[in-house]
Write a protein that binds this ligand. Structure first.
Ligand code: ACO
Length: 427
């Protein structure tokens, strides 16, 4: 017999099934809670709420484990490339040579973006934040491509996925080129997926593009590390938007907006701005640690803490090592890296951070690498979105294929009770 959990309220007992995941995680299935008890659960921020069953990403915040489709992130970051990881996340298995070749060829075939999209981009001021621009462009793609996907057709589904995997890097590159005042360019089908992205971002009008393996490998690894992270804020947004049967592109656009915030993906920009501010202020890390601990000061140590990881974020470990290697290989000495390491050292020994289990997260060191690669600070979260794209697609696809119901939480109303209307002249 399956386990059950019992809820007792006002002398009545109610039983609910206990669900066990493949990694032995337990959950109380409360689908029938309201219909049997008349009550709902209250869980702001969904700290204890599982919104779905998913076979894509496993993470254990206590042990610091992250796996995509069963493969450890450390192994994928070392041995796979971004396109293989994208295929793995979306379709569930690592591709063989033919599958990977076809996936890439299909993507290349769809990598044009309608020229009229340039007019939309043109209308933005140069000062517009790239995340706002990217979200708008992703949404605008619908105007040039059918908005809804027939999810009962595997062919339709595949085609929608290929189209966005192909066009998104172009939008990412154009977003940056617009800000820098560079002509909008296309890639080169002879290049790898990430190399092509890099070329589209950095190719100068009068210079030939020269590949730098250190840069491409670093970028590839960063994209892999950001590719999925189960039901975080932006992914939940993608799933909940798609649950109304809105199309893939708008669901992604909603996810981009959710990612933008400094408590989520926007933290990578916020970290670098914070490190720059500390450097400009004489590099006094202790002063900023004290600010972070002061409950009357809104300052937070950006890049520290995580809703799920209460141990080291495994991605942060890889990125910290990569930051050292990439800066070393490129011969860059960045004082910001020393400030970051100093802050980390102080925080890891400070009871405030130790007691609250606050460790560096994925965003703490990623910005230092992006900066070394010549990517402007305001583009950092756009790079995160580029990496997260396959994860969002995989989660959207899974949600639709499982036929999940529309996402619609309930609430506990705490407002006024019914009262008579007061005419304007009596208020
Ligand atoms: N600096 C100082 N104190 C912090 C920090 C921080 N970065 N993070 C958490 N705390 C403190 C809180 O003040 C709280 O203290 P209290 O118990 O005395 O009230 C305690 O630690 C728990 O923090 P919560 O905010 O309740 O934790 P939650 O899970 O809601 O938030 C979050 C997680 C949003 C990531 C938070 O740690 C934070 O704001 N970090 C900085 C922003 C950041 O780096 N975000 C990127 C996360 S990774 C990603 O999304 C890709």
């Amino acid at each position: 017999m399956k386990d059950k959990a019992t809820l007792e309220y006002q002398g009545k007992k109610f039983e609910f099934p206990v669900v066990e995941g493949t990694e032995k995680e337990l959950a109380i299935d409360i689908k029938k809670l309201r219909s049997t008890t008349g009550m709902i659960t209250l869980d702001p921020g969904y700290k204890n709420t599982g919104s779905c069953e998913s076979a894509i990403t496993y993470l254990d915040g206590e042990k610091g484990i992250l796996r995509y489709r069963g493969y450890n992130i450390e192994e994928l970051a070392e041995k796979a490339d971004f396109l293989e990881v994208a295929y793995l996340l979306i379709f569930g298995e690592l591709p063989n040579k033919e599958q990977l070749h076809k996936f890439h060829e299909d993507i290349k075939h769809e990598s044009h973006v309608d020229e009229e999209m340039k007019k939309i981009l043109d209308a933005f001021p140069k000062s517009a934040h790239p995340m706002g621009v990217l979200s708008s462009l992703t949404s605008a793609l619908i105007a040039f491509n059918p908005s809804s996907v027939n999810i009962t057709s595997e062919k339709d589904m595949y085609h929608a996925i290929i189209r966005i995997m192909a066009k998104f890097p172009v939008l990412v590159a154009w977003t940056m080129r617009k800000q820098k005042g560079l002509p909008l360019d296309y890639g080169d089908d002879n290049l790898g997926y990430v190399e092509n992205l890099h070329k589209m971002m950095f190719k100068r009008p009068n210079k030939e593009y020269v590949k730098n393996k250190i840069v491409i490998d670093a970028l590839d690894q960063l994209l892999i590390l950001h590719a999925d992270h189960e039901q975080n804020c932006s992914t939940s947004t993608v799933r909940i938007t798609g649950s109304s049967h809105a199309g893939l592109f708008v669901s992604l656009s909603a996810g981009i907006s959710a990612l933008w915030g400094p408590l989520h993906g926007g933290a990578n920009q916020a970290v670098l701005e914070m490190l720059e501010a500390i450097a400009a202020d004489g590099g006094d890390t202790q002063k900023y640690m004290n600010k972070a601990k002061d409950k009357n000061d809104p300052f937070r140590l950006m890049g520290f803490g995580h809703r799920v990881y209460k141990n080291f974020d495994p991605r942060a470990k890889i990125i910290k090592r990569a930051a050292d290697e990439v800066l070393g290989d490129l011969g860059i000495e960045d004082p910001i890296l020393s400030i970051a390491k100093g802050l980390e050292k102080v925080a890891l020994e400070d009871p405030y951070f130790v007691d609250r289990k606050l460790y560096p997260n994925v965003d703490f060191y990623s910005g230092i690498i992006y900066r070394a690669l010549g990517i402007p600070t305001e583009m950092f979260t756009v790079m995160f979105a580029m990496g997260r794209l396959p994860g969002w697609i995989a989660q959207w696809r899974e949600m639709r294929l499982r036929g999940e119901p529309i996402g619609r939480p309930r609430q506990v109303y705490i407002g006024e009770n019914q009262r008579p209307f007061v005419p304007l002249n009596k208020r």
